[in-house]
Design a protein around this ligand. Structure first.
Ligand code: BV8
Ligand code: ZN
Length: 250
């Protein structure tokens, strides 16, 4: 059954002229980067990601939140793009009009050769001032994962000396307008959307595959687990991205 379904997906992909690839944290799981939920296993499990990934948490304890993001940034720095990221870049190179939209804040798509992913939730590599938004350099060196968690006092803005914050979109914050409208426009005009490694729980990003389906595109989902997007997808490929995606571009 699985072979048949993958063959159907590869055929749909081969016929598509305008493709959107929509990725979530599961895309980076096989690179050893914890997905959002399991970013809290071990060291951080006493925290709720949704509680840490908020402006309120940063205001209350900037060193705790900055330390968490520095730990995640160092995990990404030690990781390598997996075969799924490489397959995504191969699809982008092959399809005449292909837009990559990612919820991920890592740089693994770029390191696998994707040239212009739309980052709906920002990036671990674009810190900025929490007051005047002046861009700040991502500190070099890696915050190793020390036992028992680690507060790291955030650097100060060189322009107004307010604390520097991670360049990600926190819960309760608006997504970057340009990236979101470009992603919606691409989803509304594509003929196929490939959604990979997302639970489809976080809005408004989770709207993207639904916009594509409503506008008549074929939707293929790659995920080892069931998600709310099962009902949106025409083809559900039940498996990990680094195994399933390369088979689509053979
Ligand atoms: C907004 C950056 C309005 C930070 C992220 C109630 C209260 C408050 C808010 C809300 C509410 N109800 C709804 C909301 C809105 C809220 C929301 O959607 N909440 C959810 C939880 C219900 N959304 C927001 O707050 C957004 N902003 O609405 O603003 C507004 C408008 C105007 C003006 C002002 C305000 C902002 C949302 C962005 C949050 N930031 N990331 C950071 O990274 O720290 S989202 C974060 O969680 C990740 O980016 C990820 O996308 C998302 C989910 O995390 P995960 O579950 O890990 O990842 P994912 O969902 O992708 O799931 C992993 C999947 O991979 C699983 O399905 C798994 O099966 C699969 N998988 C595992 N291994 C593999 C695999 N797949 C393939 N291969 C594998 N090997
Ligand atoms: Zn500043």
């Amino acid at each position: 059954m699985e072979q048949l379904v993958a063959g159907e997906a590869a055929k749909l992909l081969g016929q598509a002229r305008r493709v959107v690839i929509f990725t979530g944290a599961g895309m980076s799981a096989e690179s050893g980067v914890p997905t959002f939920r399991d970013a809290l296993s071990g060291l951080w499990q006493q925290f709720d990601a949704q509680a840490l990934a908020t402006p309120e948490a940063f205001r209350a304890d900037p060193a705790l939140v900055w330390g968490w993001y520095e730990w995640r940034r160092s995990a990404v720095g030690r990781a390598r793009p997996n075969q799924g990221h490489v397959a995504v870049a191969a699809i982008e190179a092959r399809v005449p009009n292909c837009v990559l939209v990612t919820q991920n804040v890592d740089d693994l798509h770029e390191r696998a050769g994707s040239t212009a992913p739309l980052h709906l939730h920002g990036s671990l590599f674009a810190p900025r001032c929490s007051a005047c938004a002046h861009p700040a350099p991502a500190p070099d060196g890696m915050a190793e994962e020390p036992a028992g968690g680690r507060r790291i006092t955030p650097p100060r803005c060189t322009r107004c000396s307010a604390p520097v914050r991670p360049g990600v979109v926190w819960f309760g914050e608006a997504l970057p307008e340009a990236a979101l409208s470009a992603a919606v426009e691409a989803a509304a005009t594509c003929d196929l959307l490939l959604t990979v490694g997302t639970s489809g729980l976080v809005y408004p990003a989770a709207e993207i595959p639904q916009v594509a389906a409503r506008c008549g595109a074929a939707v293929i989902q790659v995920n080892p687990e069931e998600t709310p997007l099962d009902h949106v997808a025409d083809v559900n490929l039940r498996g990990p991205a680094a195994r399933v995606l390369p088979a689509l571009v053979e």
